[in-house]
Design a protein around this ligand. Structure first.
Ligand code: NDP
Ligand SMILES: O=C(O)C1=N[C@H](C(=O)O)C[C@H](O)C1
Length: 269
């Protein structure tokens, strides 16, 4: 049997943090090597097993990322942009692969993230599920096949607590549609419509955002023409799909050359 890979989870108390901890504990070939929360957080200094309603696990939640990452094979990070940039620096200093699910980065954040993670193995994706990454490829293919008679609209729905919009997934889908069309998303995106907007611009890629209740994540890409409409859809009904993808990425990252990778690399799509 091969060696088990130690994994550290940041944002351990979060929706994804807790799902990732469960996934790592249940999955063969990986071991929960640590958990991180911010200084002053209620969970710091306590046993993770007890915090999650079980028995003692021996994993104590830390507020020191560098100490927690040292010796681990990977850190899986679904937190917030500023936190992820600082975790990138810590992970690069300990040579721990950094698996990033965080969304909501600005262009400036992405430049800072690249600098912070230089020399390390990083895998970043706005959505780590197999289904969404397939949808991204399908979106690119359909956009390639259709001309601008087909208006492209990306529609996403998430729970009421999500803080960034459009979702990271919606932006991946928009990028794929733009790539299929041979244009840059920033030149054609239409993110907010309100008031007398004027008629839709030919070639625009529109985004619509729904926030409500406990919706885990739903994404549609609509290609709407006169007389017909095609809709590609993904519905996540359980956060475990994201967590399983992240653990797959952590395993894939072991022994890879330093570089910035994404889930297409991991899944071979
Ligand atoms: N790529 C993918 O497949 C997916 C990505 N996501 C993304 O993952 C991120 C987290 O989502 P979710 O779990 O729902 O969010 P939550 O708000 O439930 O969890 C975020 C966690 O990160 C912690 N955190 C935030 N800022 C810091 C900081 N500066 N230092 C240390 N910890 C920090 C929070 O701690 P505190 O409570 O103290 O703020 C919290 O524990 C979002 O960006 C979301 O879009 C979500 C699902 C799938
Ligand atoms: O915040 C979430 O919950 C999710 N965020 C990711 C995104 O922004 O696309 C992925 C998933 O849809 C859930």
């Amino acid at each position: 049997m091969g060696e088990s890979i130690g994994i550290v989870i940041t944002g351990a108390s979060g929706r994804m943090g807790q799902m990732l901890i469960k996934t790592v504990i249940e999955r063969e070939g990986v071991t929960l090597a640590g958990a991180v929360e911010r200084p002053g957080h209620d969970w710091v200094g306590k046993d993770l097993g007890v915090l999650m309603g079980g028995t003692e696990s021996g994993v104590i939640v830390s507020d020191d990322p560098t100490a927690a990452f040292a010796g681990a094979g990977a850190v899986i990070d679904f937190t917030a942009p500023a936190a992820t940039i600082s975790f990138a620096k810590a992970a690069a200093s300990t040579g721990t692969a950094h698996i990033i699910g965080t969304t909501g980065f600005t262009e400036e954040d992405l430049a800072a993230l690249k600098e912070a993670g230089a020399g390390n193995v990083t895998v970043r994706a706005g959505n780590m599920s197999l289904g969404v990454n397939l949808l991204v490829q399908l979106t690119k293919k359909v956009a390639e096949a259709l001309d601008e008679d087909y208006d492209i609209e990306v529609i996403e729905a998430h729970h009421r607590r999500k803080v960034d919009a459009p979702s990271g997934t919606a932006l991946m889908l928009g990028e794929a549609a733009a790539e299929g069309r041979g244009v840059a998303l920033k030149d054609v995106e239409d993110r907010a419509r309100d008031g007398i907007t004027g008629a839709r611009e030919r070639g625009a890629i529109g985004f619509s955002v729904i926030r409500g209740g406990d919706i885990i994540g739903e994404h549609d890409v609509m290609f709407a023409a006169d007389g017909e409409r095609i809709t590609l859809r993904h519905v996540a009904s359980d956060r475990s799909v994201f967590a399983r993808g992240a653990v797959k990425a952590a395993l894939w990252a072991q022994g890879k050359d330093a570089g910035a990778y994404d889930m297409m690399d991991v899944l071979g799509l």
